[in-house]
Design a binder for this molecule. Structure first.
Ligand code: ADP
Length: 192
């Protein structure tokens, strides 16, 4: 199964991807996690990305594509993948199609998790306290939501117009949302 997870920051993509990874037995590729690993390692790429991420902006398409190419060159992605955090703009959506085509692949579904704005802000405030991520500070959250509306929402519209979008209600317990996703992508495997 090749899945692309879409949704605003705080919509639960990372949490659900971790569950789906176990369930589908495919790697979870989170561009946010990949970038944070570079920042933590203090690599040249990490040094470049650090400030951009902390203020809530998008890291350059070029860096992202390079990172993704690297990740997809690993054998484990042949079984499938759950892509989380990419694509975040229309250029990245085109780059993803090209990358997959070059590997002779297509994704099976783009799943959008929907959560209303008020709840997003609440969730991110909670995470800021729990995890202390630099980009969960109020100014950065505001910026990330703005970037999402301006750059990532068009990607969702693009997939919708191409009949590739599956919309899933992201409000409810972890378990309830997980079951909705499974039902939407692989009904034969859903439980309950
Ligand atoms: P969230 O979805 O909660 O904002 P992520 O962990 O997915 O968190 O991303 C954190 C930050 O990493 C983003 O705000 C951005 O700066 C950077 N980032 C992640 N994915 C991408 C991407 N595809 N393109 C550009 N920047 C990205």
């Amino acid at each position: 199964m090749r899945l692309v997870l879409l949704g605003a920051p705080g919509s639960g993509k990372g949490t659900q991807a971790a569950r789906l990874k176990e369930y589908l037995q495919v790697p979870h590729i989170s561009t946010g996690d990949l970038l944070r690993a570079e920042v933590a390692a203090g690599s040249p790429l990490g040094l470049q990305a650090k400030e951009v991420m902390a203020r809530g902006d998008l890291v350059s398409d070029e860096i992202l594509l390079g990172m993704l190419r690297d990740r997809f060159s690993r054998d484990d992605t042949r079984a499938g993948f759950i892509l989380d955090g990419y694509p975040r703009n229309l250029a990245q959506a085109a780059a993803l199609d090209e990358l997959l085509a070059s590997l002779g692949q297509k994704f099976d579904a783009a799943v959008q998790l929907t959560v209303d704005n008020e709840q997003i802000v609440e969730r991110l405030a909670g995470r800021a306290k729990a995890e202390g991520r630099a980009d969960d500070a109020p100014d950065s959250v505001r910026k990330r939501l703005q970037v999402y509306d301006q750059q990532t929402a068009p990607v969702i519209e693009f997939y919708r117009q191409h009949g590739q979008l599956t919309v899933v209600d992201g409000v409810g317990s972890l378990e309830a949302v997980f079951n909705r996703i499974v039902e939407a992508i692989a009904p034969e495997k859903a439980v309950g």
